[in-house]
Ligand binder design. Structure first.
Ligand code: GDP
Ligand code: ZN
Length: 297
C-alpha cells in the first residue's frame, strides 16, 4: 500500500498522486456506505491491482473539508485583494477570514496590483490582525516568490473578488496552469460543472492549488454560515479581549463595558474588523436554525 493525495475526481474515478507516480482508482462501495465519499485533497492509502489500475483502501483523517467546491484538507485560503481596479471591500476579506478560521486553515492575504496602488492600509490591517500578508503584482512579479514560499507543501485555494488578479497570479506562479485549467474547462463546459468538478493543480514543490473550471474557485457568496455565538472566536485578533467584558455572554454590540468595542475604539483592533464582526453577527442572527444546522461546525 502507498500513501497519496487525490488530485482529481471524475465519474467515480479518483486520480491519486503517490510517490511512485499517478494511480487511477475506482471508488469502492464501502466508502459510500459509511458516508465518506473520497474528496479531492483526501490523503489515502491505495494499492495497485493486477491490471495496473488502483484501489483506494483507506481515506485518512481529514483536517477539514469544504462542500462547494468539494475539497478536503485545505491548508491555506489565499485571499487576493487589490486597492485599485477593483478596490476590495475589507468585509469580503473578513468574511473569508472567518470561514478559514472556522475550518482550521490559514488565511493568507495577498494584496495584488501594487504597481497601481500600494494598498498600504489593507496590508497593515491584516498584518496587524496576525495574518501572513504579501504585497504583490502579477504585472511586475513582485511578491510572487514570497507567495510561492508561503504555499510550499500546502494545499491551497485562491479566492477574492473578480478582477483582482487571481488567474494572473496563479499564472505567474505556474505558467502551465492556465493552459491546463482551460483544457479542463473546455472539456467539461464552462459554468456547467463548476460546483462539481474540482482538481488539484501542482504548483511545484508539493504545493497544490484547488481549482474549478474557469477559476471560479471559492465563491464567497456560497460560503457557509457560522452561528453568531461562534463568530467572535473566528476573529483571530479578538482573542486577547474575549472574556474581559462585563457580561460573560457579551455579544460585543451595545453592552456596557465591552472590552472588544473599547479595543476597536482605541484602535487596538482595526475598526474595519470590528465593523465586519457586527455585520456578520447581524447576518447570522437573521438565519434560521435549520439553515445553520445544514452547516455544522
Ligand atoms: P481574476 O478575475 O481575479 O482572475 O483577475 P485576472 O487575473 O483575470 O486579472 C484581471 C485584470 O487585471 C487583467 O486584465 C490582468 O491583466 C490585470 N492584472 C492582474 N494582475 C495585475 C497587476 O498586478 N497589476 C496590474 N496593473 N494589472 C493586473
Ligand atoms: Zn463585549
Amino acid at each position: 500500500m502507498t500513501q497519496g493525495v487525490i488530485v482529481k475526481a471524475l465519474s467515480g474515478f479518483y486520480t491519486v498522486r503517490t510517490e511512485e507516480g499517478t494511480l487511477v482508482c475506482k471508488a469502492r462501495g464501502r466508502f459510500r456506505l459509511d458516508g465518506t465519499s473520497p474528496l479531492v485533497g483526501d490523503r489515502v492509502l491505495c494499492s495497485r491491482d493486477a491490471e495496473g489500475g488502483g484501489r483506494i483502501d483507506r481515506v485518512l483523517e481529514r483536517r477539514n473539508f469544504f462542500i462547494r467546491p468539494a475539497v478536503a484538507n485545505v491548508d491555506a485560503l489565499v485571499f487576493v485583494a487589490a486597492n485599485a481596479n477593483p478596490v476590495t471591500d475589507p468585509f469580503l476579506i473578513d468574511r473569508v477570514s472567518v470561514i478559514a478560521c472556522d475550518a482550521g486553515c490559514e488565511l493568507i492575504v495577498c494584496v495584488n496590483k501594487t504597481d497601481l496602488d500600494a494598498g498600504t492600509e489593507l496590508l497593515e490591517t491584516y498584518r496587524k490582525a496576525g495574518f501572513p500578508v504579501v504585497s504583490a503584482s502579477a504585472e511586475t512579479g513582485e511578491g510572487v516568490e514570497e507567495l510561492r514560499r508561503l504555499l510550499r507543501g500546502k494545499i491551497c485555494a485562491f479566492t477574492g473578488n473578480s478582477g483582482v488578479g487571481k488567474s494572473s497570479l496563479l499564472n505567474a506562479l505556474e505558467p502551465d496552469l492556465l493552459l491546463r485549467t482551460d483544457a479542463v474547462s473546455e472539456k467539461l463546459g464552462r459554468g456547467k460543472h463548476t460546483t462539481r468538478h474540482v482538481e488539484l493543480f501542482s504548483l511545484g514543490e508539493d504545493s497544490y492549488v484547488a481549482d474549478t473550471p474557469g477559476f471560479a474557485s471559492f465563491e464567497i457568496e456560497m460560503m457557509k454560515l457560522i452561528p453568531k455565538e461562534r463568530l467572535q472566536e473566528d476573529f483571530i485578533d479578538f482573542a486577547p479581549y474575549l472574556g474581559r467584558c462585563r457580561f460573560p455572554d457579551c455579544s460585543h454590540r451595545r453592552e456596557p463595558d465591552c472590552a472588544l468595542r473599547a479595543a476597536a475604539e482605541a484602535g487596538e483592533i482595526a475598526p474595519s474588523r470590528y465593523r465586519s464582526y457586527l455585520r456578520l453577527y447581524e447576518m447570522s442572527a437573521g438565519y434560521r436554525d435549520w439553515e445553520l444546522k445544514q452547516n455544522p461546525g
